[in-house]
Design a protein around this ligand. Structure first.
Ligand SMILES: [Mn+2]
Length: 372
């Protein structure tokens, strides 16, 4: 049973919500995936109901930026933002931007990735993660959209957003922890339960949102707006976000088919290193699909864009913590980031470090797998 372990932190969150005022300039900065977008929409709705106006800014995380950069902080400062909320971004990993923004705004970070630095102890930034509030808890399963849904329900009625939280849960592969919740949502909206949540109507909503965001990061705001104005899941499936899925599906299916022959396989297929040159930013959804196909393989997918490598890693059976694998593989690289969950993580670094990165992945994966 999950127990509350830090009532003081929950009270600080409650105070943050209670102190939101209509003359605040409020900005949301969220991950550019379905969980991030869904959590931002739920937060935006709660705020609108509390202060009787829409949030002033909302933006998806920029490509390759795994935290809040100093430049992004400057942007929010220049807009005179007084309340800044980041969602589904491990912004505590590189907190420079947060520490800058906190000088002129109250900053709230809601996230479910690994805890990198407990900013509550040494800054004014309010950092809320499932593992800081509850024990025992699997933070990867307590995805941000459900976490935000539960947190803001303490202040506003967002029960009409239950299906949006569900889209985030399904997209973030966190259904296992929320079977009862999902079942009740499916019942409420008269949606047929599929054996696999991905194959249900809500899974389809997650799929079209993910595809639109992968097709072009400019679509992140479109997805936010469509979710915001949809009163039920079917509305999303009738909207303009749906047209991107076929392009992305074709590309992903081709890359899945070619993985067996085009990827490098090591250690009796315990490790797959797959370099791709995709038309769209499919690295992350592709790695999720391949990860499910090869659950006992460490899947590392890499693509180059604009002089930088973007990496997604998966290990479905969790025998290797891929967040630690990637974090260790980029040590000492200039301008590199890595992080995420035990079973799903990402990294980004300059293309010139690619060969050293691959060499280290093979070496680390060999050591880690032999220690299991
Ligand atoms: Mn997430």
């Amino acid at each position: 049973m999950m127990q509350l372990i830090d009532n003081g932190l929950l009270k600080r969150f409650d105070d943050f919500m209670r102190n939101l005022k209509s003359d605040d300039v409020i900005a949301l900065y969220h991950d550019a995936d379905p969980d991030g977008t869904c959590s931002a929409v739920i937060m935006a709705k709660a705020i609108e109901r509390l202060v009787k106006k829409k949030v002033d800014f909302h933006a998806g995380r920029q490509k390759g930026e795994h935290y809040l950069s100093s430049e992004m902080a400057d942007f929010f400062i220049s807009k005179k933002v007084t309340k800044l909320i980041t969602l589904d971004i491990a912004a505590d990993e590189k907190p420079e931007g947060l520490l800058k923004a906190q000088k002129s705004a109250n900053v709230l970070v809601i996230d479910h990735h690994k805890l990198y630095s407990n900013l509550n102890e040494n800054s004014k930034v309010l950092l809320v993660k499932p593992q800081l509030l509850y024990h025992p808890v699997d933070p990867q399963q307590y995805c941000t959209s459900k976490f935000v849904y539960d947190l803001v329900s303490r202040h506003a009625d967002v029960s009409d957003c239950d299906w949006i939280a569900s889209v985030g849960i399904i997209a973030d592969v966190a259904s296992k922890m929320w079977v009862d919740f999902l079942t009740s949502v499916f019942k409420k909206y008269k949606i047929k339960l599929a054996e696999d949540f991905f194959k249900s109507l809500l899974g389809n909503v997650a799929h079209v949102i993910s595809s639109a965001e992968v097709y072009d990061e400019k679509n992140v705001n479109l997805c936010f707006d469509v979710l915001y104005k949809s009163s039920q899941p079917k509305d999303v499936l009738k909207s303009e976000v749906c047209r991107f899925a076929t392009f992305i599906d074709d590309e992903i299916q081709k890359l899945v088919r070619n993985a067996k022959s085009n990827a490098e396989w090591h250690f009796n297929d315990e490790l797959m290193l797959y370099e791709i040159a995709p038309k769209h930013a499919v690295t992350s959804p592709l790695s999720t699909i391949i990860g499910f196909k090869y659950p006992s393989t460490t899947v590392v997918i890499m693509s180059e864009d604009d002089g930088r490598m973007h990496v997604s890693a998966r290990r479905q059976d969790k025998k290797i913590a891929v967040n630690e694998l990637l974090e260790r593989a980029i040590i000492g690289f200039e301008n590199a980031t890595a992080g995420g969950h035990v079973a799903a993580a990402g990294a980004s670094f300059y293309a010139r470090d690619k060969h050293e990165f691959k060499r280290r992945i093979v070496e680390l994966a060999n050591n880690l797998s032999s220690s299991v």
